[in-house]
Design a protein around this ligand. Structure first.
Ligand code: G6P
Ligand code: ZN
Length: 548
């Protein structure tokens, strides 16, 4: 067993996107592909010698191979210790918690989040820093630059290490400690929420269906909900992480979590439904509607409602320092922030933009329209945390999911919201569409479109209030004088062609009209959005492929 240097040549396209480097599994299986990226990453680290690294992933296909590769490279780069989740498992929020709890240098999380897995599915790797959050662009751009000039990588020719048995072993001078992937995270949840109240809720017969979508959330949900909180066995379904997620697309939205929606539509629907994604950082909350239909909570509403009820949760009893939402997320949270007299920050899409605000104590809760919600307890969004937060609020108020949301709308107004995705379109057409919109911006203010007047239009730019860094071209915004908005941006997480996202929002303050069906309420705005960007002409699509 010795440390070796292996000659290598660069692979094009190793630039991390919104959330790490994501590619199809066969791309990652090319000789030296992962090694090049990890070498480029390690080469940029200062003072990592002798420190602790955290390692784990969502258990998807290629996870175990990648864990072994990285352990050997960590040995060759002089890390002191790697904490690896048993079986190579760590959900994204749990990895963040472990990094923080153990004062680690950082962590590598192996996941392509909600993208399908399996031999032909996606794989991914992301680097989180000592605060537990995704590495900022400065770091990821550095990794990319080095990946393009790489000539060799350093590793060990040692045999694979046992990553399934808890305990400590040695690999070419590196201490490898296999940890229980759930323990640190469960302890944090116990400190955060009112566990006795949630336990009493379940004892009282409250029924939850928690769908882990055959992904990494399963073991966490089982241990905490069924193991600690007394939810009946079988509350967590699809609880065993599978390498191909059982063929599911583990993205918790009404389209992909259709089985959960079907149960919530059924005659025997439980009181609440919830789902988490591939790496368990996303969440969807569903109520049992008074009309007998599933009542899916819009993620933007979820953020606003949790913020409004935050003081019912032990960890937030003293109130919130601020809220932060990504720009395309609806303005529902802004209204709560205003009522509470706290700031609401508007950031570009990508959880990493919340990191500085959380570290600086300028925000306590954060959320995104893409089914992500979280707080300063870690530096990632956190699916199970959101489910526990909802359970805590239900327990504290005695109200169900739908009643809570309707009461929220009645008090703060409803920001009716939908996202239309045009997936796997030609990259050229997508870029042309955005460029054309950019050219139209200056002429838009004052125009009347679909009966609404444009108040402002821009290409969103963000100046981080903590470090002053500027991020430009983060999405085209068309803001109307009645509070409605249309936002266009290209996804930063796709692996096939481009995905155009169109975000639509209209404000309804009249409680008697807040029950309206979302797509019907937004019909005029949808029409304007399609025409303004000439979506059919430039993408060849007349309808979106996914509507959430
Ligand atoms: C990931 C990121 C989120 C982001 C989402 C959508 O889940 O962690 O922060 O909102 O992707 O990104 P996209 O660029 O595909 O719209
Ligand atoms: Zn995810």
């Amino acid at each position: 067993m010795s440390l070796i240097t292996v000659p290598s040549t660069p692979y094009a396209g190793q630039r991390p996107g919104t959330s790490g480097l994501r590619k199809k599994v066969p791309v990652f299986q090319q000789p030296g592909y992962l090694e090049n990226f990890v070498q480029a990453l390690f080469d940029g680290l200062d003072g990592a010698q002798g420190t602790t690294l955290v390692l784990g992933g969502d258990g998807r296909f290629h996870n175990r191979v990648a864990v072994q590769t990285i352990l050997k490279m960590a040995a060759a780069h002089g890390f002191g210790r790697v904490l690896v989740g048993a079986g190579g498992i760590l959900s994204t929020p749990a990895a963040s918690a472990v990094i923080r709890q153990h004062g680690a240098y950082g962590g590598l999380i192996l996941s392509a989040s909600h993208n399908p897995g399996g031999p032909d599915g996606d794989f991914g790797i992301k680097f989180n820093t000592a605060n537990g959050g995704p590495a900022p662009e400065k770091i990821t751009e550095g990794i990319y630059a080095r990946s393009q000039t790489i000539t060799a990588y350093r590793t060990s020719d040692a045999a694979d290490v046992d990553i399934d048995t808890l305990g400590t072993r040695e690999l070419d001078g590196l201490t490898v400690t296999v940890i229980d992937p759930v323990a640190d995270y469960a302890a944090l949840m116990r400190e955060t929420f009112d566990f006795p109240a949630i336990r009493a809720l379940f004892t009282g017969g409250f029924r939850l269906r928690m769908d882990a979508m055959c992904a990494v959330g399963g073991p966490y949900a089982r241990a905490i909900l069924e193991g600690e909180l007394g939810a009946p066995a079988g509350t967590v379904v699809n609880a065993v992480p599978l390498e191909d997620f059982g063929g599911l697309h583990p993205d918790p939205n009404p389209v992909n979590a259709e089985d959960l929606i079907a149960h919530m539509n059924g005659a025997d629907a439980p009181d609440m439904g919830a789902a988490t994604d591939g790496d368990a950082d996303r969440n969807m909350i569903v109520g049992r509607g008074a009309d007998g239909r599933a009542f899916a909570v819009a993620p933007s509403d979820s953020l606003a409602l949790l913020a409004a009820h935050a003081t019912r949760v032990p960890a937030y009893r003293r109130g919130l320092a601020g809220i932060a939402r990504s720009m395309p997320t609806s303005c529902a949270a802004d209204r709560v922030a205003q009522a509470l007299g706290i700031p609401c920050h508007e950031t570009p899409t990508g959880w990493k933009f919340f990191g500085n605000l959380l570290d600086a104590g300028q925000a306590t809760l954060c959320g995104e329209e893409s089914y992500g919600t979280g707080s300063d307890h870690v530096r990632e969004k956190d699916g199970l945390w959101a489910v526990l937060f909802w359970l805590n609020v239900v327990a504290a108020t005695g109200q169900g999911v739908e009643a809570l949301v309707r009461a929220h709308w009645a008090r703060y107004g409803r920001n009716i919201y939908s996202r239309h995705d045009y997936e796997a379109i030609a990259t050229d057409g997508a870029q042309a569409l955005i460029a054309r919109l950019r050219g139209q911006l200056a002429a838009l203010p004052g125009q009347t479109l679909g009966g609404r007047t444009v108040a402002a239009a821009d290409d969103f730019a963000y100046t981080d209030p903590v470090d002053g860094s500027v991020s430009r071209q983060q999405g085209i915004r068309v803001l109307f004088s009645d509070g409605a908005r249309i936002v266009y941006r290209l996804s930063g997480t796709g692996t096939e062609g481009a995905t155009l996202r169109v975000y639509l929002e209209a404000v309804e303050n009249d409680p008697t009209r807040q029950g309206v069906e979302t797509q019907a309420a937004l019909a005029a705005l949808i029409e304007v959005a399609r025409r303004l960007a000439d979506i059919a002409g430039l993408t060849g699509r007349t309808e979106p492929s996914v509507v959430t």
